[in-house]
Design a protein around this ligand. Structure first.
Ligand code: GCB
Length: 608
């Protein structure tokens, strides 16, 4: 099945004329590597006029050697009393990394612009031939990175990792690592100007140094080809390997050990078929330790084997129909005034609440979440919808925007392609049904199919009305998706909850249907009649009626209501109710359960 699917895919994409069949894209499997963490206190300077980046003609200092001492990346100190240096990292305050700046310094709560970060560190003594990488797990939104005053590069996109080989620039004594972080929104950015979440700025995820032997395993990909044959296949990317370098893949628990050889590009392909294999599922989140080794290097990871595909209107996990009992989640934990998730226990807490609801699935909205989130979900038996911030009104005709979106989705896939619990890559949320949008998104779909043929593709579409009582999903994009997902707010943005009982649904695709959002706001602890908006009773009634309505949809294979917890949004100003929070959580931002939580929990119990 998987093979015929691949064949159809290749033919289809060749016909589309946009396709090169190549899964040779290489990332960096960094998560399980031993690392020197550069977390903790970093000095910072707020620079709203970008005085440390541009001169008075708005030319970047890092492109003008003669004014070098003025760019903040120079991390200069006054040496003589007459020196003109208008900044001083040493005398500046500190921010914690990983972390957003908004919740660490009250002056920066609403700040959108440039902040300069600096970390001093002692570089390790390298043995001959060793390489050392500087790895950023995520910086929102743009990062310009300098080590010892030399520019390493610029990275755009707030939720994906990037790295530099710093072997030749790093010193064994004091190093100065300076990062200019800029989170200004812009119309051609991804996401664009308009979103419904907080634009947390900063070095929001870990920074680390990873030291590796000269010839090292840089990345690998492993997947189960078919639930029936149990054939497992994959690739290993070895940097600086001569052709013919042996690489061994072993899975001790399965008594598997196979050796493959690198080709001229340093890629070793392997396959094996274990006699027995326990497949990963929410009921049995079995994972295996997989070890990769070359003469000089070893890398291990924990891998979940499963298959996911569709047949008609069903989603099949390991060839069996599955109903996705989901919830949408933002990467935010604001219980004690904090914001963007910056520790594994916060990720785990969000997922525990989802589990308590009875979920076997989370929609990680609206951007790639941190790696802990995905890995903890895998361990807990939670399937994942993984998304990129192609949201609402992207600049559909701008090539730079398209490349930016492609890069973000590619980096997300390369980071997470070995996570068996991810079953859906989502390419967009609530985009307009116009030709330019469809052209743009089809290019993203093609990129995803090039990178990964073992998962489903979807996007959160919108509903429309055929007449007063018939709601439809009609979007040309649906033809190219594996799962037809849509957001609907009947009873909240669209009439009152009683409207749910007057609507029927017509979704004429022979594909699984998924409701990626529905819901409404309530302030925890605010009680009153179910006709009063913002009360817990109103929200609970809306959930009750929505679930009854959605259950009637032919081909419904799951839902992910909006949303697990209340989350910060500058769009949500209503005093005493919202106070800067989107209140559609079934839990408050502090983890207090609203009545709707129990309505959803009961529904999920009935679906088990
Ligand atoms: C939506 C968006 C989501 C918003 C939500 C809302 O349709 O996809 O990002 O937060 O509605 O609360 O309005």
């Amino acid at each position: 099945m998987m093979n015929s699917l691949k064949y159809c895919l290749i033919v289809y994409l060749l016909l589309e004329g946009t396709f090169i069949f190549a899964t040779d894209y290489q990332g960096f499997s960094a998560y399980t590597r031993a690392a020197i963490l550069l977390n903790g206190e970093w000095k910072y300077m707020v620079d709203p006029y970008e005085n440390g980046y541009y001169n008075y003609r708005l030319e970047p200092f890092d492109q003008l050697d003669q004014t070098y001492s003025m760019g903040f990346y120079g991390d200069q100190k006054i040496k003589n009393p007459g020196d003109l240096i208008e900044y001083d990292f040493d005398k500046s305050p500190s921010l914690m990394v990983p972390g957003d700046w908004n919740t660490q310094d009250p002056r920066l709560y609403y700040y959108e612009g440039t902040v300069w970060y600096r970390k001093k560190f002692i570089g390790p003594e390298l043995e001959s031939g060793e390489r050392i990488y500087l790895y950023f797990s995520a910086v929102n939104y743009r990062a310009d990175v300098y080590l010892n005053s030399k520019k390493l590069g610029t990275h755009i996109g707030g939720f994906t990792p990037f790295w530099y080989d710093v072997t030749d620039l790093m010193k064994t004594d004091n190093n100065s690592l300076v990062v200019r972080v800029d989170n200004k929104r812009c119309s051609s950015c991804v996401p664009t100007l308009n979103t419904d979440w907080w634009n947390y700025g900063g070095i929001t995820r870990e920074v680390k140094l990873i030291r590796l032997p000269g010839t090292h395993i840089k990345d690998f990909e492993i997947h189960l080809e078919s639930a029936q044959s149990k054939k497992i296949a994959g690739k290993i990317w070895v940097d600086n390997a001569p052709e013919g370098e042996p690489v061994t893949v072993s899975v001790p628990e399965l008594k598997i050990s196979v050796t493959a050889k690198t080709n001229s590009k340093g890629i070793a392909e392997f396959e094996f078929t274990p006699g027995k294999l326990e497949l990963w599922s929410p009921e049995n989140p079995k994972r295996y330790s997989v070890l990769l080794s070359t003469q000089a290097d070893q890398l291990s990871d924990t891998i979940a084997f499963r298959t996911i595909r569709t047949e008609g209107k069903q989603i099949l996990l390991n060839d069996k129909p599955v109903f996705l009992r989901g919830i949408s989640v933002h990467e935010e934990y604001s219980a004690e005034g904090d914001g963007r998730v910056n520790a594994d226990w916060k990720a785990a807490q969000l997922l525990k609440w989802a589990k308590e609801l009875g979920c076997n699935f989370v929609r990680l909205a609206h951007y790639p979440h941190n790696e802990d989130m995905v890995r903890i979900a895998e361990k807990m038996g939670i399937m994942v919808w993984s998304e990129v911030p192609v949201y609402w009104t992207i600049d559909w005709t701008n090539d730079e925007t398209l490349n930016n979106a492609k890069n973000q989705i590619q980096d997300n896939i390369l980071r997470d392609r070995n996570r068996g619990n991810i079953i859906i890559w989502s390419i967009a949320n609530e985009t307009p049904v116009i030709e330019d949008r469809t052209v743009f998104l089809r290019k993203l779909i093609n990129r995803v199919r090039e990178l990964d043929q073992t998962r489903l593709i979807s996007a959160a579409l919108e509903k429309h009305y055929l007449n007063d009582s018939v709601a439809v999903v009609q979007d040309p994009l649906a033809e190219y998706l594996d799962v037809v997902a849509f957001n609907e707010y009947v009873g909240w943005y669209d009439g009152l909850p009683e409207k749910c009982s007057r609507i029927s649904w017509l979704i004429e695709y022979n594909k699984p249907v998924f409701v990626s959002e529905f819901g409404g706001g309530a302030k925890f602890g605010y009680h009153g009649p179910e006709t009063t908006r913002w009360t817990e009773e109103f929200q609970a009634n809306l959930y009750f009626r929505s679930l009854n309505m959605l259950d009637q949809i032919d081909g419904l294979c799951g839902i992910s209501p909006w949303i697990l917890c209340d989350f910060r949004s500058p769009r949500r100003a209503l005093p005493e109710i919202q106070d800067g929070f989107n209140r559609k959580g079934v839990l408050s931002e502090k983890g207090e359960k609203k009545q709707a939580f129990y309505v959803l929990q009961k529904y999920y119990h009935s679906k088990k």
